[in-house]
Design a protein around this ligand. Structure first.
Ligand code: SF4
Ligand code: FES
Length: 249
């Protein structure tokens, strides 16, 4: 396959960025999207040009590091798929593909399509621990959790913190990400001690980081590679109302 690429290039956080044209030649349909970019970069390096910076780590859809908007969609056209698991067979020979960064005030561009997602780390730090009794481990059979509840908690824990939900949202809201963390812990007995403090602290931190609020468009759910449902956002809102109401009693 031969593909025409329009890739966002930006040398530094405050430099002007622009879409630049590249040609990716001899692309196998079995290559992943990132492998295709690796080949383009090999060509750039061989000709003495600056390689295109992009984030990746596991390349197996489990770490949340990859972060490209492909043809206007965070993580590209395949539902429930990270861009590292997107394959070139999804595109047609001769097609033009646009590659851009996550665009959100809270995710400033570092270089090319690489953005700084440390705001997510601070959200986790704001709300993400549980208190446990030290000493001998409690017998798991003494902590009874209904199967449907443990399934919901596990599904929420599947969030890989990629930030596609923020990139897809017109408000750059982190609600889907936060609601996955809040739901995961609020549903389980182990998360009850900090349940009230956690949700308030995370939402306050999201405001401080410059993430927007939620207007229920569902764009986040549509691009989430782990298919985290927006029903989690409803649960987080209930948790927040409960926490604020409790604090006023
Ligand atoms: S909710 Fe989905 S899109 Fe958002 S950070 Fe988690 S895995 Fe990524
Ligand atoms: S590189 Fe780890 S999820 Fe894509």
């Amino acid at each position: 396959m031969r593909l025409n690429l329009k890739i966002w290039r930006q040398t530094a956080p405050n430099a002007a960025g622009r879409l630049e044209d590249y040609v990716a030649d001899h692309v196998s349909p079995d290559m992943s999207f990132l492998e295709m970019l690796d080949v383009v970069n090999e060509g750039l390096v061989k000709s003495g040009k600056d390689a295109i910076a992009f984030d990746s780590d596991c390349r197996e859809g489990i770490c949340g590091t990859c972060s490209l908007v492909v043809n206007g969609v965070a993580h590209g056209p395949d539902r429930g798929t990270t861009v590292c698991q997107l394959h070139m067979r999804r595109f047609k020979d001769g097609e033009t593909i646009t590659v851009e960064p996550w665009r959100a005030k809270a995710f400033p561009i570092v270089k090319d399509p690489v953005v700084d997602r440390s705001a997510f780390d601070r959200l986790i730090a704001a709300g993400g621990f549980v208190s446990v009794n030290t000493g001998g481990a409690q017998d798991g059979n003494c902590i009874l959790i209904p199967k449907d509840v443990s399934d919901l908690a596990m599904d929420s824990a599947a969030c890989i913190g990629c930030g596609a939900c923020v990139a897809a949202c017109k408000n750059a809201s982190a609600h889907l990400f936060m609601s996955a963390k809040v739901s995961h812990l609020a549903l389980l007995p182990q998360g009850q001690v900090e349940r009230t403090r956690r949700v308030v602290s995370m939402i306050n931190q999201a405001d401080a980081e410059g993430f927007g609020s939620c207007s229920n468009e569902g764009e986040c759910e549509a691009v989430c590679p782990k298919e985290i449902p927006i029903s989690n956002i409803a649960r987080m809102t209930r948790e927040y109302v409960r926490a604020v109401t409790d604090s006023r009693r």
